[in-house]
Design a protein. Structure first.
Length: 268
């Protein structure tokens, strides 16, 4: 078994060193680094891209998982064990204190893999994947832009002035889209969520839209396009389509979405 390490914060390297030591003491387990940072701090060889990876251990918060997905090539093909050390840890399977009991099960392969749908944003000379959301937002933060959203096939869904629009997956419905007034979508549903961002008209409401139906976002001027708040580009015409790539998470227990919502999102 080959395991990749990806660490989000310097403070988490002490935990990572303990994990690496435990993994290397197991027969048949090889540990490699995702980046030079892990090579330097954990004294393990760097992944050269030619080797298959069985598990990626990502230590940090939910933002660390997003950075890993966007930074590391082929990361969406590798099951991710998210060890949550952040504030919310909505995507995580285990916390740091639970890890000793879970590591042996991971090494023995006693886990299941859960897949999450993603979106693809396509603009002129540019495309990116989003696990959480695609954000289309005006370049000038003090200036509204006109946004038109149409389905493939021509039906117009929205035409209004606003700061921008969020197109989120069910996973992303608990992130920026929720903060912008959108509903929470059960991650077992194959839909996407369209949330106008600070629309001029209060009559404009979020829309739950079929995942498999592509949409086109047209703006009156060039806008920022952000995938998961990490990949940034500019454009005035963006297609949002289903993505055939899934992000895969390791689960050593049942993922209880609503329990996480109440414990981690709605409690200060």
């Amino acid at each position: 078994m080959r395991i990749m390490m990806y660490i989000g914060k310097y403070e988490d390297y002490a935990l990572a060193k303990l994990i690496v030591s435990r993994l290397l003491s197991s027969n048949g387990v090889e540990v490699v680094a995702a980046r030079d940072l892990e090579v330097k701090n954990l004294s393990i060889p760097k992944w050269d891209g030619s080797q298959g990876i069985d598990i990626a251990m990502v230590i940090g918060g939910d933002g660390t998982v997003l950075r890993f997905i966007h930074e590391i090539g082929n990361s969406t093909d590798t099951p991710i064990l998210h060890i949550g050390t952040g504030r919310v840890n909505y995507l995580s399977d285990v916390s740091a204190r639970e890890l000793p009991q879970v590591l042996d099960r991971i090494i023995k392969g006693e886990y299941v893999v859960e897949e999450r749908i993603t979106l693809k944003a396509i603009a002129a000379g540019f495309e990116c994947m989003a696990l959480n959301e695609v954000l289309v937002k005006g370049v000038d933060p003090g200036h509204l832009i006109s946004v038109t959203i149409v389905e493939d096939g021509g039906e117009e869904m929205i035409r209004a002035r606003m700061d921008g629009v969020i197109i989120a997956t069910p996973t992303g419905s608990t992130a920026y889209a929720l903060a912008a007034g959108g509903p929470v979508i059960d991650n077992r549903l194959a839909v996407k969520l369209i949330v106008p961002l600070a629309p001029f008209s209060r009559a404009l409401v979020p829309i739950v839209h079929p995942y498999e139906v592509p949409i086109k976002v047209l703006t009156s001027e060039v806008a920022h396009i952000l995938c998961d708040g990490i990949v940034t580009q500019r454009g005035a015409e963006i297609r949002i389509v289903p993505n055939d790539r899934r992000v895969r998470f390791i689960r050593t227990r049942q993922y209880r979405m609503y329990d996480r919502l109440f414990r981690r999102l709605f409690i200060p």
